[in-house]
Design a protein around this ligand. Structure first.
Ligand SMILES: C[S@@+](CC[C@H](N)C(=O)[O-])C[C@H]1O[C@@H](n2cnc3c(N)ncnc32)[C@H](O)[C@@H]1O
Length: 553
């Protein structure tokens, strides 16, 4: 295996802006807004996920609400980030509201005008949404993590499915008729584990405890003095709301947080939370990761304290208490002395046990260190990876070359390696590449090469140091693929592309380029979209994962 920079990257002239085509239709529900599909407007400097998923104004709309105005609205569907899409009656003007759910009638106050649409804050529910269920979590009404816990899970799935289909059709410019006939849209795969599925959670310590209070059905913020360990108040970096447990993480991780909450504020310990404004204080974040012991199958937990300095004695009492929990096999300390709020320290120390935990996926063992990227829902990652393998349609005779773009710690490529000739993985994070190599060695895989480099900065020589792949897997993060990479794929013409996406808006845009090309820049598309398979990796949250299969025309 080799690590290196991308070939031909030196001295290359990169695009300084992302020349994405700005697609005019931004809706996630064809029922909600008028649809404009052509002609396409000129190239824009950037296209955020939000702009791709945001509504265009109805062309005949003369209604524009004022900031502070109160509107009576009915939520029709869910859009980007799980925001409810509503139309102002008579005018059809589109309004987005956080935490409004389909069927809900409510009063909302306009907080933001964004030209073509407005955003409102919910003041009062007049009639509740369809498919109302009682949210099991005490923090569900204000925690930014789970926004749809009080929506029946089947309805959550339908809303996600609808968003994917609408984005593929409208942003991706695929005709719904053709694709329905070809049975392109596959039904979303539910996650059997609807709670306790997250294998990684990050909490923060803070000097200002935030307590939400319901007054007249409006969420008002009541600030309290005092230390807190928990999650950030929505939209805030310095206000933390206390939590005793999180239903999305493992039971073992909840035991850890309970033990820490029980003692960290004891004045005798002298522990202080970090203040993001004054930059004073010691405890910054707490990261909990849960893996699985390969032999026993039991949970193993890593506790990672992110502190502003290295003072292990200060943590001794907590370490003693936490290490008594049988599932805890690793206690780490990342030291971040910078004012940046990251959980990745400049230095890392092992305070107890080992420095990594393991997880088993598709029969392979993966070592996870405190800062490694790893799929956050291991249970559903198993389902996702099995589907990816099926969609690759491998011959299984070890003749094929697989290119694994945005490979992270190499998990997808490694799960395919035994059935192919060679896997080439590309990834920007150096540590992830090194983890990928270790994971290959750990599993006795010798036909995988992982290369570190920035896929947003490739040049014409990219691809010259590996054979032409038969199958390309692309699993970018939320912004999707850079146009340079799309141009490379269109030139490469691999017979099959499996596009794994955590953002259906940018995925739809990239599929549009790969299938229909970019006439404005004379780039021709050469792929046919064969299937779109949404997979629910994150119940109760707005996040949507989907796998799209493209075949060379
Ligand atoms: C959604 S994750 C997928 C990781 C992996 N395929 C998996 O299933 O675990 C996206 C990965 O792309 C990497 N990445 C983001 N931007 C990149 C870039 N410009 N060039 C190369 N890799 C990038 C991230 O570090 C991350 O590991």
């Amino acid at each position: 295996m080799a690590v290196g920079a991308f070939p031909g990257s030196a001295g290359a002239r990169w695009l300084t802006v992302r020349p994405w085509v700005r697609t005019p239709f931004r809706s996630t529900s064809s029922a909600s807004f008028s649809v404009h599909c052509s002609p396409r407007p000129p190239l824009s400097t950037s296209d955020s996920a939000e702009s791709l998923s945001s509504p265009s104004p109805p062309s005949d709309c003369s209604f524009f609400p004022k900031r502070g105005q109160t509107l009576e609205l009915v939520c029709e569907s869910l859009a980007f980030k799980g925001k409810g899409v509503c139309k102002v009656s008579d005018s059809g003007f589109v309004v987005l509201c956080d935490r409004a759910l389909p069927g809900e009638r409510f009063l909302g106050r306009v907080t933001r005008r964004k030209g073509s649409y407005a955003e409102v804050t919910k003041l009062k529910t007049i009639t509740p949404h369809r498919d109302l269920v009682k949210a099991p979590c005490a923090y569900a009404s204000y925690c930014g993590g789970c926004k749809t816990q009080n929506l029946l899970y089947e309805a959550q799935l339908m809303a996600k499915q609808q968003q994917v289909n609408d984005l593929i059709i409208h942003v991706g410019r695929f005709s719904s008729k053709d694709y329905k006939q070809d049975n392109i849209f596959k039904p979303i795969i539910p996650c059997e584990l609807q709670f306790g599925y997250r294998n990684k959670m990050e909490f923060s310590f803070g000097t200002r405890s935030w307590v939400p209070r319901i007054v007249d059905d409006a969420n008002l913020n009541l600030m309290e003095n005092g230390y807190a360990l928990g999650l950030h108040a929505p939209g805030s970096f310095d206000k933390i709301f206390h939590i005793d447990s999180c239903l999305l993480q493992s039971e073992a991780a909840n035991k850890v947080i309970a033990v820490i909450q029980d003692c960290w504020k004891d004045p005798n310990l002298g522990l202080t939370p970090y203040d993001v404004q004054s930059h004073k204080g010691f405890l910054r974040h707490l990261m909990l990761r849960t893996g699985r012991d390969k032999k026993t199958g039991f949970s193993e937990v890593m506790v990672n304290f992110i502190t502003s300095s290295y003072k292990p004695k200060m943590l001794e009492h907590l370490v003693r208490k936490i290490s008594a929990i049988p599932e805890v096999v690793s206690i780490m300390n990342n030291v971040n002395t910078s004012i940046g709020n990251t959980t990745i320290g400049e230095e890392e120390y092992t305070l107890y046990g080992k420095s990594t935990i393991s997880e088993v996926l598709r029969g392979l063992t993966f070592c996870i260190s405190a800062n490694s990227f790893f799929q956050t829902n291991s249970f559903q990652a198993e389902v996702l990876y099995k589907l990816i393998e099926e969609f690759c349609c491998l011959k299984g005779d070890q003749s094929e070359i697989v290119l694994d773009l945005f490979c992270g710690t190499g998990t997808i490529g490694l799960t395919l390696a035994r059935r192919v000739r060679h896997v080439y993985g590309y990834e920007v994070v150096k540590e992830a590449v090194s983890d990928a190599q270790q994971n290959a060695a750990l599993n006795g895989i010798h036909n995988a090469t992982f290369v570190q480099g920035d896929l947003n900065k490739i040049d014409d020589k990219f691809g010259s140091n590996f054979p032409k792949p038969d199958i390309v897997i692309s699993d970018p993060n939320r912004p999707g693929m850079h146009l340079k990479l799309i141009q490379y794929l269109l030139k490469l013409q691999a017979s099959r592309v499996v596009y794994v996406s955590c953002n259906p808006a940018t995925c739809a845009r990239d599929l549009d380029y790969l299938c229909h090309g970019l006439p404005e820049t004379n780039i021709k598309g050469c792929y046919k979209l064969r299937s779109v398979q949404p997979v629910d990796m994150f119940p109760h949250t707005p996040h949507i994962e989907c796998i799209c299969v493209l075949e060379l025309c």
